[in-house]
Design a binder for this molecule. Structure first.
Ligand code: PHE
Length: 486
């Protein structure tokens, strides 16, 4: 069977790396990572998050890129083609569909958070953040959220910008923007860490992030860490798979994946190092929730030289980082509508965008008039986050790992990944045993079907992986033997 010809490719070797980093680095790193780390008690959570990135995030990301490049298209079409090439069951396309849906649902609440970053760039300028204390800044944040007009206005602005850019086609724009954006963000973060070092309670911040209390290694926190690993690397949401489909043949997938994952993790850790010292120095509670960076950082900006300028630049950078992530969430849907139904990109973007506006404006109401509209005890905003991060993305991840590890003929992914024999064996071990077992344990625990907390008894996990690996290697169906032969 001849392979699908690529229609769109990145302009340069760096194209995918820039765009995927742009997708990965976003509010997940600067807003969500610090606040959930605060909620789950610091170091233990950071450790679990890093373990999830290594054991699950990186192997799944390689798989997604390989599937995208092999199938050349939106998640549904790409997975469909790869499975067809392999004589497998076309039902696997549903995994692509679920990923696209997850990306879209994430965007529905992400535009609200990105709206905060945009609004704060403006508020830095007009002086409304010149409040003397954490409490006063908390009040500014609450007042902002209490007004549906303000909050909704900024969310709509973000949504429209996203749709406009996606409608035009991402390659040229995203690649160009990224050449200056990423270094800029890194410099800003380093400067903020420098400030935290000299003026904050740096020691306490570092201790909070990196020293851990074993009693906080719980299944519940592990579920959050796992979900966040998927979220922060933009996995199982169509973004990486679709961007992967624009990579020219011959580029190393493993190297690319490592660069993106390392950049993403560094930004998250730097954000933590910039934020927690300021929080402790000002007597703030690290578990203050989603408003954490908006209540703490403006205080640091007020106290530093050229603080206003710095603050404006910082929130502007965060806004751009959020925008490049937002773009990647809806790229899959637009690519799909364009490829499958021949709908032009701008039309596809605005068609999907109208649904986006309705859902995101409803999610925005969770902070004001709709604060009491709850389903299963959650507002729409929280519910979208919970559903995507805790369930849809890990589920997509486990399915992709199983597809790659058990259902595809060996040569296809071996060819795409182009790893050394030992590297391939390691990747295969990860997608066959480690990722599925870990994700499954976390799911069973979350559903309450596991009578114990898997993390308190980690040897259960190690044992299950071991038994499965031995059984899997002994009783492997014939077709799979070819894949393992190195
Ligand atoms: N990775 C992005 C962030 O950290 C969020 C994202 C999730 C982007 C899913 C695309 C798809 O902000």
């Amino acid at each position: 069977m001849t392979r699908e010809k690529p229609k769109n490719l990145w302009l340069s070797r760096w194209g995918f790396i820039l765009a995927a980093t742009g997708s990965a680095v976003g509010l997940g790193n600067i807003w969500k990572f610090p606040y959930i780390t605060g909620e789950y008690g610091g170091g233990a959570f950071v450790l679990m998050y890093l373990a999830c990135i290594l054991a699950i995030g990186i192997p799944v990301m390689m798989t997604e890129i390989a599937l995208g490049r092999r199938g050349r298209g939106s998640p549904i079409d790409a997975i469909g083609r790869v499975v067809r090439e392999n004589g497998g069951n076309p039902a696997w396309k549903a995994v692509g569909g679920m990923a696209m849906l997850a990306g879209f649902l994430i965007l529905c609440f992400y535009v609200v958070v990105a709206g905060w970053a945009f609004a704060y760039t403006w508020k830095m300028l007009d002086g409304s953040l010149a409040a003397p204390s954490v409490e006063a800044l908390g009040a500014v944040f609450e007042a902002h959220n209490a007004s549906p007009l303000q909050l909704g206005g900024w969310s709509v602005l973000v949504a429209l910008l996203t749709l406009l850019i996606v409608g035009k086609g991402v390659q040229a724009g995203v690649e160009r923007a990224f050449r200056w954006m990423m270094p800029g963000l890194a410099v800003m973060l380093l400067a903020l860490v420098g400030y935290a070092w000299t003026n904050g309670s740096f020691g306490r911040g570092v201790a909070f992030l990196f020293s851990f209390d074993a009693s906080r290694l719980t299944g519940e926190a592990f579920l959050a860490a796992l979900g966040h690993a998927f979220f922060t690397l933009s996995l199982a949401s169509g973004a990486i798979l679709t961007y992967g489909s624009y990579i020219p043949d011959g580029q190393s997938i493993a190297r690319t994946t490592f660069i993106v994952a390392i950049a993403d993790t560094c930004v998250a850790l730097l954000a933590g190092l910039a934020i927690f010292p300021v929080i402790f120095a000002n007597g703030m509670d690290p578990s203050a929730g989603p408003g954490l960076i908006f209540m703490s950082l403006p205080l640091a900006f007020q106290q530093m030289p050229f603080g206003t300028l710095f603050g404006v630049l910082f929130f502007a950078m965060v806004s751009v980082a959020a925008l490049t992530s937002a773009i990647s969430m809806i790229e899959a849907v637009v690519a799909y509508l364009n490829e499958k139904y021949g709908i032009s990109r701008p039309r596809a973007a605005f068609g999907a965008g109208s649904v986006l506006l309705v859902i995101s404006l409803s999610a925005m109401l969770s902070f004001n008039v709709g604060a009491d509209w709850k389903l299963f005890g959650m507002t729409l905003f929280d519910g979208l986050d919970y559903l995507t991060s805790r369930w849809m993305m890990p589920l997509g991840g486990i399915l992709m790992a199983v597809l790659a590890g058990y259902c595809l003929r060996g040569e296809i992914l071996r060819e795409e990944l182009g790893l050394s024999p030992a590297g391939h064996a390691l990747w295969l071990f990860m997608v066959r045993y480690v990722s599925p077992v870990l994700i499954l344990m976390v799911f069973l625990h979350a559903l309450g079907w596991l009578g114990f907390d898997p993390l308190a008894r980690w040897y259960w996990i190690a044992g299950a992986i071991g038994v499965l690996a031995v059984a899997g290697e002994l009783f492997r169906p014939r077709g799979l033997k070819a894949q393992a032969r190195v």
